[in-house]
Design a protein around this ligand. Structure first.
Ligand code: BTN
Ligand code: NA
Length: 598
């Protein structure tokens, strides 16, 4: 990028960025020195299970809204049109199902890590596999989140790349290590506000300077094509996106930990509902930013100004172009970018430290003292921080648009984990979980790597050229007809398998795990009712057939309502070694194998 095009920061911008980092540190220090001073893992990892629905809901959004969305979504809209906005349709079921299926089951088990559910329902091996898969997913995802803001800023403003990565990583590691989950949640609240403010500022200034978004209306496209190999259609985003949402907001430890830190189950369900409007707002802001950017540049390709860097960097170029000469606003946008990154990375650190502690260390050292366990948790948060800096470099090599990289990771790794939980909750007789997960991950990496190797991610569509958009309608129609007549060489066989849209990865891999898990269960003999831990099954069929009269349901499937108590006592997880009051279970009804809750 030649220096003449380089956008520069004024002192005010650097000050605003420094204030953001300092504010986050202050919140972290406050929680390190107040309350129980983070002396127990219940406080450090679970915020004493005392959180209200407002901070939890804002923290739930912040966990998976990082600089990847702030930069990647406008770049997506600019390059491919408004198709991506349809992922908003997936937020409906993508939040209702977690609120009414996953939260009730997981909250009533009084666990700290989502993967403790897997040991309760299956066995310790499944739990370890689930935990390791989660760690793998979040470490790579964190690398993308740390790298994105630093790379984008460096490409446009010459902002020191690795210095920024280091500063972000260290500040984040510090306040997460000092202040625990309470600090992470309250910094998430503060950072979500900064994130929205920054995006709003860019949109307002952008609309004022480009005179509206009329030119980009033509980039509104709606593809209802059911072909699963088409990258973004209403079906891949609106339906495939539901499985993506379930893998994140239903069973991902970062979100489950927030549900479990709520003071009551109702607060947790309410926080899940409160996520919906804010998530739609976040999606709308980033999509409109892409439209304003299109209106400004009409789809022309300015990457010549940016040298080799991708369309993602173009978003930062556009923002700096818009905010030039308005001291403080470039700094606000940079603060917005790093708020988005910090809130995601801190959530990832804390959830990684929690599962490592709860799932991998505590079970082997039950007699470990509270002080030592808390110290170890802090050391883990620190080591994960350093590990993600290494992953940031790996992202440097990935090449794809950052949004696509993140969505692929969730699909390839989050999908199979979702399948594991669904196998456990909806199929009482299932016990082939390890084989199911193994098969799911194998297929997922086969298709993921295959799609990268064969690069069958479909022709990169021509950047929408607003000259076409501004032509008279019949000319445009003529051009589009001509283009549609050019049938791309349709991939067949394995190539077609590799060209499955990555938005179907979550759903596809989830079903692979369930299918293989059920087949193995039948081959090795299904689980007996009495062996299933009560409270770990969601009576799916019973709920679906809830319209049937009781006597018919009794014949078909006499399901006791969720969480009903039955006669046998079971010992749940022991919190710190002592026997937690077991769930008294006292209904005697036996149930059919299909949907029974014992
Ligand atoms: O922003 C990121 O870091 C990841 C990209 C978005 C992740 C998914 S997309 C659907 C859902 N909505 C969000 O805001 N995040 C998740
Ligand atoms: Na975030």
């Amino acid at each position: 990028m030649d220096p003449s095009d380089q956008k520069h920061f004024t002192v005010v911008d650097y000050v605003i960025f420094a204030v953001l980092l300092a504010a986050s540190m202050a919140i972290g220090l406050y929680y390190a020195l107040s309350g129980g001073r983070q002396r127990t893992t219940q406080e450090f990892l679970m915020a004493d299970r005392s959180m209200g629905c407002l901070p939890v809901s804002l923290s739930l959004i912040a966990s998976f809204q990082s600089a990847v969305a702030i930069i990647g979504v406008p770049a997506e809209i600019y390059t491919h049109g408004t198709q991506y906005w349809f992922i908003g349709c997936a937020y409906i079921l993508g939040l209702i199902i977690p609120a009414h299926v996953f939260i009730p089951v997981l909250y009533r088990l009084r666990i700290s890590s989502a993967y403790q559910y897997l040991e309760l329902r299956f066995n310790k091996t499944v739990r370890i596999c689930g935990t390791l898969t989660f760690i793998f997913q979040m470490v790579i995802y964190m690398g993308v989140c740390v790298y994105t803001p630093a790379f984008a800023l460096n490409a446009v403003t010459g902002f020191e790349l690795w210095g920024t990565v280091l500063a972000t990583g260290l500040v984040c590691t510090l306040y997460t290590t000092l202040g625990g989950l309470k600090a992470v949640i309250w910094t998430d609240v503060f950072q979500t506000v900064v994130m929205f403010a920054g995006q709003l500022a860019v949109i307002v200034v952008g609309v004022l300077r480009t005179g509206g978004v009329y030119a980009s209306v033509h980039s509104m496209n709606l593809s209802l094509n059911p072909d699963p190999t088409e990258r973004h259609t209403f079906w891949t985003l609106g339906v495939g996106g539901i499985f993506l949402m379930l893998s994140l907001y239903g069973v991902n430890q970062a979100q489950v930990q927030r549900y479990l830190s709520s003071r009551t189950e109702k607060e947790a369900v309410r926080s899940c509902y409160m996520v919906f409007p804010s998530l739609q707002l976040a999606l709308a802001l980033s999509c409109v930013m892409g439209l304003v950017m299109f209106a400004r540049y009409c789809g022309e390709d300015h990457s010549d100004k940016l040298g080799s860097s991708s369309r993602d960097a173009m978003v930062v170029y556009f923002v700096m172009d818009m905010l030039q000469g308005l001291p403080g606003l470039p700094g606000l946008f940079v603060a917005c970018l790093f708020s988005a990154a910090l809130s995601t990375i801190s959530s990832a650190f804390n959830s990684l430290a929690t599962v490592t502690m709860e799932d991998l260390i505590k079970p082997h050292f039950p007699a470990m003292t509270e002080a030592r366990a808390t110290l170890l948790s802090k050391a883990l948060a620190m080591s994960y921080g350093l590990l993600c800096l290494a992953m940031a470099y790996l992202t440097h090599l990935m090449g794809d648009s950052v949004l696509q990289v993140a969505l692929k990771i969730f699909g390839m790794v989050g999908g199979p984990i979702l399948g594991l939980f669904c196998l456990g909750m909806f199929f009482p007789w299932a016990n082939g979980a390890v084989a199911g997960l193994g098969a799911g991950l194998t297929v997922s990496f086969w298709i993921g790597v295959g799609s990268i190797v064969t690069r069958t991610s479909g022709m990169k569509p021509l950047p929408p050229d607003c000259r076409v958009a501004l032509l008279s309608n019949d000319t445009t129609a003529a051009i589009q007809t001509a283009l549609s007549n050019v049938t791309l060489s349709r991939p067949s066989g394995l190539k077609r398998f590799y060209s499955l849209s990555y938005m179907w990865y979550s759903g596809f891999n989830c079903f692979t795990v369930i299918l293989i898990g059920l087949i193995i269960s039948f081959i090795t003999g299904p689980m007996k009712e009495e062996d299933v831990t009560p409270g770990t099954i969601y009576p799916l069929l019973g709920k679906l057939l809830c319209f049937l009269p009781e006597h018919l349901k009794k014949k078909l499937c006499c399901v006791t309502p969720l969480g009903q108590t039955v006669s046998r006592r079971i010992s749940l997880f022991t919190d710190r070694g002592k026997q937690v009051p077991a769930m008294k279970l006292n209904s005697t009804s036996t149930c059919c194998p299909v949907c029974s809750i014992v």
